[in-house]
Design a protein around this ligand. Structure first.
Ligand code: ADP
Ligand code: MG
Length: 611
């Protein structure tokens, strides 16, 4: 038999290797940015078009390359950053593998212009799918400019695998933010499809965080600083009251390289202890300076983990230092996080919940003032409920054996103004401003008021999104709000749907939005935090499950706007809530499957007493 093994040509080998290094536009941006940082640049510009799919350009004012280096930099294992194996243990640069440019050039059309300060004339190179197309001398500013066009043009399978433009843009912004945060002394800008998303001037870390996340971060940051023999630690933690529900704001940098480390993350969380609100993550921007020989960064190029030789000590230092900062800046552990006053709908608003009944209710009828006369006339529970059950039964098919089945029948009877419900339910009360207890002759129902209102708003929102029908109350004094560029991008995406849900909001200049009208059930003073949380939740769900976009949004909005546990309700409000709840398609379970209504019948009570 003939020999069949052959060496792959470089172009194919590079294309295979590229698959590991460059997975999406954001990976190319990361590599180009890191090269610019390594080149000692003080100003780095990024221009992207169509989420980087058609163009990614990174322009720096760094050291530039000679004509020979310009050609060589596209070869695999071509690097200026290490020379010997020993160098691997004292790496101070971002790159060292010499694979990034070879990989990018293998799967895109690249145009590079570069000039060293000392040279009069620069070099331009065009390379497509690892093939050199052109090389010329050219006039160009000192520094280097890479234009990467049509990523994966020669690997259609990968190109098709890319996510939507907003999703890919978010990945790019994430990489950009990491590099920008790690190097606050370098000026960065980013333009997407002609819009300036970031323009960050050189400054200190606090200014950089504000530049990236918004000026309101100034009041949120608490400084952290410590110097030990093993590491130097500095940076900021986010005050616990501003903690978010997503892991988004957790940044560890080791020698100015972004890393992820579950163990060290735990150290910060341990320092925060019970200061964090439920389901929230500590926010931090922490920089660890360490002798490069004590870490191993010789890891997969796209991974963000590194190994420390003395992880336990570093854990202790981080925990103790963060704890000290929290104490020093007197962030008292007594803060009450359960109460989110900003999200409590005022009682006034609660009364205004628009009610579009599917089932007619006699408005004059007060179920709680049943005269003796009437009582006498009310037939036994079973018979009218069965007679009138028609529609309700259809609605609740499948729930027949549900222990709470009878409540719908009770409410159903209100349809005719004949209130079995009221006859049966003889007392309603609120427990700890969280639950509604509705007593009936042989037991009681417990309704989770927050879950109930969430269900009501969720369905209202879904309906509004589908019919684009929600009305909003125009605000006499429109409010404008500024958002961080990435959040502004998400908000921009959400605008049409928000409008459908009655949030009349429009873009108003860079990263600024103006709210002209809100749904009637919202309080205008809560709009800013509501929008922030909406964006936050949207990010959260986007990563958690790929449910229908409208559902996601309707749910986020409902979660943020719903009446919270801890709100005292009047009897009238309670009744309204129960009525609205039982007009929804599933009053018994929340979207995530948690019970809204629980029935404790006499039999259950007896069982508890071993009767
Ligand atoms: P690595 O960064 O691991 O060395 P790359 O493939 O990313 O590998 O880059 C190869 C080489 O090209 C670098 O070592 C550097 O010498 C040179 N280079 C790349 N980008 C730039 C730039 N923006 N400015 C100056 N030199 C650059
Ligand atoms: Mg590199």
């Amino acid at each position: 038999m003939l020999d069949i093994i052959q060496l792959l040509p470089d172009s194919i080998a590079n294309q295979i290797a590229a698959g590991e290094v460059i997975q999406r536009p954001a990976s190319a941006i990361k590599e180009l940015l890191e090269n610019s940082v390594d080149a000692g640049s003080t100003n780095i510009k990024v221009i992207i078009k169509e989420a980087g799919k058609s163009l990614m350009q990174v322009i720096d004012n760094g050291c530039g390359m000679s004509e020979r280096d310009a050609r060589l930099c596209f070869e695999r294992h071509a690097t200026s950053k290490i020379k010997t194996a020993d160098d691997l243990f004292c790496i101070r640069t971002k790159g060292f593998r010499g694979e990034a440019l070879a990989s990018i050039a293998a799967i895109a059309q690249v145009e590079m212009k570069t000039r060293r300060t000392e040279d009069e004339i620069g070099t331009q190179i065009i390379i497509e799918g690892a093939k050199f197309m052109d090389q010329q001398s050219c006039a160009t500013p000192a520094g280097t400019s890479f234009a990467v066009k049509n990523l994966f043009f020669n690997v259609p399978a990968r190109r098709n695998f890319l996510k939507s433009n907003p999703a890919e843009t978010r990945h790019i912004l994430e990489e950009f933010q990491r590099v920008a945060l790690a190097h606050s002394s370098i000026a960065f800008s980013l333009h997407h499809d002609g819009n300036e998303i970031f323009n960050l001037s050189s400054g200190n870390l606090r200014q950089r965080i504000m530049g990236v996340f918004g000026n309101n971060y100034n009041e949120r940051l608490v400084p952290v600083e410590e110097e030990t023999t093993i590491i130097k630690l500095n940076g900021y933690i986010v005050k616990p009251e501003f903690a978010k529900k997503t892991r988004g704001e957790q940044y560890f940098f080791v020698n100015n390289r972004f890393i992820r480390d579950a163990y060290l993350n735990h150290a910060v969380n341990a320092a925060f202890e019970e200061l964090l609100p439920k389901d929230c993550f500590a926010g931090y921007f922490l920089f660890i300076e360490i002798d490069p020989s004590r870490i191993d960064i010789n890891i997969h190029p796209t991974k963000t983990e590194i190994k420390f030789d003395d992880e336990r000590s570093i854990y202790q230092i981080i925990r103790a230092t963060v704890k000290r900062s929290l104490g020093k800046f007197s962030i008292a552990p007594s803060l009450d996080f359960e109460q989110e006053p900003a999200f409590n709908i005022s009682l006034q608003k609660m009364k205004e919940i628009p009610n579009e009944p599917v089932i007619k209710i006699n408005p004059l009828y007060n179920p709680f003032e049943v005269s003796k006369e009437q009582k006498k006339n009310i037939p036994s529970f079973e018979s009218p409920a069965k007679k009138n059950a028609g529609n309700w039964e259809k609605l609740y098919e499948g729930l027949k054996n549900n222990p709470v089945e009878s409540i719908q029948q009770k409410i159903k009877t209100e349809e005719n103004g004949l209130s079995e419900f009221s006859y049966e339910i003889n007392h309603i009360q609120q427990l700890q401003s969280r639950f509604i207890i509705a007593h009936y002759n042989s037991g009681f129902y417990i309704i989770d008021q927050q879950a109930a209102h969430e269900r009501i708003l969720f369905e209202k929102n879904i309906e509004a999104l589908n019919s684009q029908s929600a009305s909003s109350q125009q605000d006499l004094f429109p409010q404008s709000f500024e958002f961080s560029p990435p959040d502004a991008l998400i908000l921009h995406e959400l605008l049409p749907d928000l409008l459908s849900m009655g949030l009349d909001i429009a873009e108003f200049g860079k990263n600024t939005f103006v709210v002209n009208g809100i749904p009637t059930y919202l309080d205008r003073t809560t709009i800013k935090p509501l929008l922030e949380k909406l964006v936050e939740q949207y990010k959260h769900y986007a990563s958690e499950f790929k449910s229908d976009r409208k559902e996601k949004l309707a749910l986020s909005m409902a979660r943020q706007a719903c009446l919270k546990a801890g709100t005292a309700l009047s009897e009238k409000e309670i009744k309204q809530l129960i009525r609205d709840l039982f007009q929804t398609s599933n009053p018994f379970y929340s979207y995530s499957g948690k019970p809204i209504v629980v029935n404790i019948g006499l039999d259950e009570i007896e069982k508890r007493f071993n009767k």
